[in-house]
Design a protein around this ligand. Structure first.
Ligand SMILES: CC(C)(COP(=O)(O)OP(=O)(O)OC[C@H]1O[C@@H](n2cnc3c(N)ncnc32)[C@H](O)[C@@H]1OP(=O)(O)O)[C@@H](O)C(=O)NCCC(=O)NCCS
Length: 179
Protein backbone atom coordinates (compact mmCIF):
# COMPACT_ATOMS: atom_id res chain seq x y z
CA UNK A 1 0.00 0.00 0.00
CA UNK A 2 1.31 3.43 -0.93
CA UNK A 3 2.45 5.66 1.88
CA UNK A 4 0.66 8.99 1.70
CA UNK A 5 2.48 10.84 4.49
CA UNK A 6 5.78 9.66 5.91
CA UNK A 7 6.76 10.16 9.54
CA UNK A 8 9.53 8.84 11.79
CA UNK A 9 7.69 6.23 13.88
CA UNK A 10 4.66 5.92 11.63
CA UNK A 11 3.34 6.57 8.16
CA UNK A 12 -0.16 7.42 6.98
CA UNK A 13 -1.97 5.79 4.09
CA UNK A 14 -5.51 5.71 2.72
CA UNK A 15 -7.85 3.48 4.71
CA UNK A 16 -9.47 0.69 2.69
CA UNK A 17 -12.19 -1.94 3.08
CA UNK A 18 -9.47 -4.48 3.97
CA UNK A 19 -8.81 -2.49 7.15
CA UNK A 20 -12.17 -3.60 8.58
CA UNK A 21 -10.49 -6.32 10.64
CA UNK A 22 -11.25 -7.96 13.98
CA UNK A 23 -8.29 -6.01 15.38
CA UNK A 24 -9.85 -2.66 14.35
CA UNK A 25 -13.24 -3.87 15.65
CA UNK A 26 -11.66 -4.65 19.03
CA UNK A 27 -10.53 -0.99 19.33
CA UNK A 28 -14.01 0.46 18.99
CA UNK A 29 -15.51 -2.10 21.35
CA UNK A 30 -12.88 -1.39 24.03
CA UNK A 31 -14.29 0.85 26.80
CA UNK A 32 -10.85 2.19 27.74
CA UNK A 33 -10.34 3.39 24.17
CA UNK A 34 -13.85 4.70 23.53
CA UNK A 35 -14.24 6.67 26.77
CA UNK A 36 -12.66 9.59 24.89
CA UNK A 37 -14.84 9.10 21.80
CA UNK A 38 -18.46 9.52 20.76
CA UNK A 39 -18.71 5.75 20.12
CA UNK A 40 -18.96 2.94 22.63
CA UNK A 41 -22.56 3.03 23.86
CA UNK A 42 -23.68 0.52 21.23
CA UNK A 43 -21.69 -2.54 20.12
CA UNK A 44 -20.09 -2.34 16.68
CA UNK A 45 -19.86 -5.14 14.13
CA UNK A 46 -17.59 -5.75 11.14
CA UNK A 47 -20.51 -4.68 8.91
CA UNK A 48 -20.73 -1.35 10.79
CA UNK A 49 -17.01 -0.89 10.30
CA UNK A 50 -17.16 -1.65 6.57
CA UNK A 51 -20.05 0.78 6.14
CA UNK A 52 -18.21 3.50 8.07
CA UNK A 53 -15.01 3.06 6.05
CA UNK A 54 -17.00 3.13 2.80
CA UNK A 55 -18.73 6.35 3.89
CA UNK A 56 -15.59 8.22 4.92
CA UNK A 57 -13.54 7.14 1.92
CA UNK A 58 -16.25 7.86 -0.64
CA UNK A 59 -15.72 11.20 -2.34
CA UNK A 60 -13.97 14.20 -0.88
CA UNK A 61 -15.99 14.93 2.21
CA UNK A 62 -13.37 13.51 4.57
CA UNK A 63 -9.78 12.34 4.61
CA UNK A 64 -9.37 9.26 6.75
CA UNK A 65 -5.88 7.85 7.01
CA UNK A 66 -4.68 4.61 8.52
CA UNK A 67 -1.79 5.09 10.96
CA UNK A 68 0.81 2.37 10.40
CA UNK A 69 3.99 1.39 12.24
CA UNK A 70 6.92 2.23 9.95
CA UNK A 71 8.87 -0.82 11.07
CA UNK A 72 6.28 -3.58 10.63
CA UNK A 73 3.40 -1.95 8.68
CA UNK A 74 0.91 -2.76 11.46
CA UNK A 75 -2.27 -0.70 11.32
CA UNK A 76 -2.45 0.90 14.78
CA UNK A 77 -5.10 3.61 14.44
CA UNK A 78 -6.70 6.28 12.27
CA UNK A 79 -6.74 10.02 11.89
CA UNK A 80 -9.50 11.89 10.13
CA UNK A 81 -10.14 15.37 8.78
CA UNK A 82 -13.77 16.12 7.99
CA UNK A 83 -16.44 18.83 8.08
CA UNK A 84 -14.47 20.75 5.44
CA UNK A 85 -15.66 24.33 5.09
CA UNK A 86 -14.03 25.69 1.94
CA UNK A 87 -15.39 29.21 2.46
CA UNK A 88 -14.09 29.70 5.99
CA UNK A 89 -11.18 27.30 5.33
CA UNK A 90 -11.68 25.14 8.42
CA UNK A 91 -12.15 21.46 9.21
CA UNK A 92 -12.38 19.09 12.18
CA UNK A 93 -9.82 16.56 13.34
CA UNK A 94 -10.45 13.16 14.93
CA UNK A 95 -7.80 10.77 16.24
CA UNK A 96 -7.82 7.15 17.38
CA UNK A 97 -4.81 5.10 18.36
CA UNK A 98 -6.52 1.76 18.79
CA UNK A 99 -3.53 -0.40 19.62
CA UNK A 100 -2.90 0.55 23.24
CA UNK A 101 0.69 -0.71 23.26
CA UNK A 102 1.46 2.39 21.16
CA UNK A 103 0.05 4.91 23.66
CA UNK A 104 2.36 7.34 25.43
CA UNK A 105 5.17 7.15 22.86
CA UNK A 106 4.59 10.44 21.11
CA UNK A 107 2.80 8.83 18.17
CA UNK A 108 -0.40 10.84 18.62
CA UNK A 109 1.71 14.00 18.65
CA UNK A 110 3.59 12.97 15.50
CA UNK A 111 0.43 11.95 13.63
CA UNK A 112 -1.35 15.21 14.49
CA UNK A 113 1.60 17.34 13.38
CA UNK A 114 1.87 15.50 10.05
CA UNK A 115 -1.87 15.72 9.40
CA UNK A 116 -2.11 19.39 10.38
CA UNK A 117 0.84 20.16 8.11
CA UNK A 118 -1.08 18.48 5.30
CA UNK A 119 -4.24 20.46 6.17
CA UNK A 120 -2.38 23.78 6.11
CA UNK A 121 0.06 23.25 3.23
CA UNK A 122 -1.89 21.01 0.84
CA UNK A 123 -5.56 21.61 1.57
CA UNK A 124 -5.03 25.36 2.08
CA UNK A 125 -6.99 25.33 5.32
CA UNK A 126 -6.57 28.12 7.83
CA UNK A 127 -7.79 26.54 11.03
CA UNK A 128 -8.50 23.05 12.40
CA UNK A 129 -10.82 22.41 15.34
CA UNK A 130 -11.62 19.42 17.52
CA UNK A 131 -13.63 18.32 20.50
CA UNK A 132 -12.08 16.52 23.47
CA UNK A 133 -13.60 15.30 26.72
CA UNK A 134 -12.35 16.55 30.08
CA UNK A 135 -11.61 12.94 31.12
CA UNK A 136 -8.92 12.61 28.43
CA UNK A 137 -5.83 14.34 29.90
CA UNK A 138 -3.41 12.57 27.55
CA UNK A 139 -5.24 13.87 24.48
CA UNK A 140 -5.53 17.39 25.94
CA UNK A 141 -1.81 17.41 26.72
CA UNK A 142 -0.87 16.39 23.18
CA UNK A 143 -3.22 18.92 21.56
CA UNK A 144 -1.89 21.75 23.77
CA UNK A 145 1.69 20.69 23.01
CA UNK A 146 1.25 20.99 19.26
CA UNK A 147 -0.40 24.40 19.53
CA UNK A 148 -4.15 23.92 19.93
CA UNK A 149 -5.83 26.56 22.11
CA UNK A 150 -8.90 26.06 24.29
CA UNK A 151 -11.83 27.83 22.65
CA UNK A 152 -14.90 26.70 24.53
CA UNK A 153 -16.52 24.29 26.92
CA UNK A 154 -19.91 22.60 27.00
CA UNK A 155 -20.33 21.99 30.72
CA UNK A 156 -21.33 18.49 31.83
CA UNK A 157 -22.25 17.66 28.24
CA UNK A 158 -21.08 14.05 28.07
CA UNK A 159 -22.34 11.09 30.08
CA UNK A 160 -19.37 8.80 30.65
CA UNK A 161 -18.84 6.02 33.18
CA UNK A 162 -21.80 7.15 35.27
CA UNK A 163 -21.08 10.88 35.44
CA UNK A 164 -21.48 14.00 33.33
CA UNK A 165 -18.25 15.55 32.12
CA UNK A 166 -17.26 18.68 30.22
CA UNK A 167 -16.67 18.70 26.47
CA UNK A 168 -13.95 21.10 25.34
CA UNK A 169 -13.50 22.67 21.94
CA UNK A 170 -9.96 23.44 20.80
CA UNK A 171 -8.63 25.08 17.66
CA UNK A 172 -5.35 25.76 15.92
CA UNK A 173 -4.38 28.23 13.19
CA UNK A 174 -1.63 27.31 10.76
CA UNK A 175 0.85 29.73 12.37
CA UNK A 176 0.29 28.16 15.80
CA UNK A 177 1.49 24.67 14.84
CA UNK A 178 4.61 23.86 16.87
CA UNK A 179 7.50 21.74 15.63
C1 LIG B 1 -5.43 10.20 23.12
C2 LIG B 1 -4.40 9.51 22.25
C3 LIG B 1 -4.60 9.95 20.82
C4 LIG B 1 -3.00 9.90 22.73
O1 LIG B 1 -2.03 9.37 21.84
P1 LIG B 1 -0.54 9.12 22.34
O2 LIG B 1 0.28 8.67 21.20
O3 LIG B 1 -0.57 8.26 23.54
O4 LIG B 1 -0.13 10.62 22.76
P2 LIG B 1 1.34 11.19 22.99
O5 LIG B 1 2.21 10.10 23.55
O6 LIG B 1 1.80 11.88 21.76
O7 LIG B 1 1.06 12.32 24.07
C5 LIG B 1 0.26 12.07 25.19
C6 LIG B 1 0.85 12.77 26.39
O8 LIG B 1 -0.10 12.71 27.47
C7 LIG B 1 0.49 12.05 28.57
N1 LIG B 1 -0.57 11.33 29.25
C8 LIG B 1 -1.15 10.16 28.91
N2 LIG B 1 -2.09 9.85 29.81
C9 LIG B 1 -2.13 10.85 30.71
C10 LIG B 1 -2.88 11.09 31.88
N3 LIG B 1 -3.81 10.25 32.30
N4 LIG B 1 -2.66 12.24 32.55
C11 LIG B 1 -1.72 13.12 32.14
N5 LIG B 1 -0.95 12.94 31.03
C12 LIG B 1 -1.16 11.81 30.34
C13 LIG B 1 1.55 11.15 27.99
O9 LIG B 1 2.53 10.81 28.95
C14 LIG B 1 2.11 12.09 26.90
O10 LIG B 1 2.90 13.11 27.45
P3 LIG B 1 4.51 13.07 27.36
O11 LIG B 1 4.87 12.91 25.91
O12 LIG B 1 4.94 14.35 27.93
O13 LIG B 1 4.93 11.86 28.16
C15 LIG B 1 -4.53 7.97 22.36
O14 LIG B 1 -4.38 7.59 23.70
C16 LIG B 1 -5.87 7.47 21.86
O15 LIG B 1 -6.09 7.33 20.69
N6 LIG B 1 -6.79 7.17 22.79
C17 LIG B 1 -8.11 6.61 22.45
C18 LIG B 1 -8.98 7.51 21.57
C19 LIG B 1 -8.99 8.96 22.00
O16 LIG B 1 -9.18 9.28 23.16
N7 LIG B 1 -8.78 9.83 21.00
C20 LIG B 1 -8.75 11.27 21.23
C21 LIG B 1 -10.12 11.82 21.13
S1 LIG B 1 -10.14 13.58 21.34
Amino acid sequence: MNRFIEGAQIYLRAITAEDATDEYLSWINDPETTRGLATGAFPSTIEDLKKYIAEVSNGRKAIMLAICDTHNNTHIGNIKLDQFDWINRTCELGLLLGNKTYWGKGIGTEVCRLTLHHAFTKLNLRKVVLAVYANNPGAIKLYERIGFKHEGCLRKQIFCDGEYIDKYYMGIFSEELTR
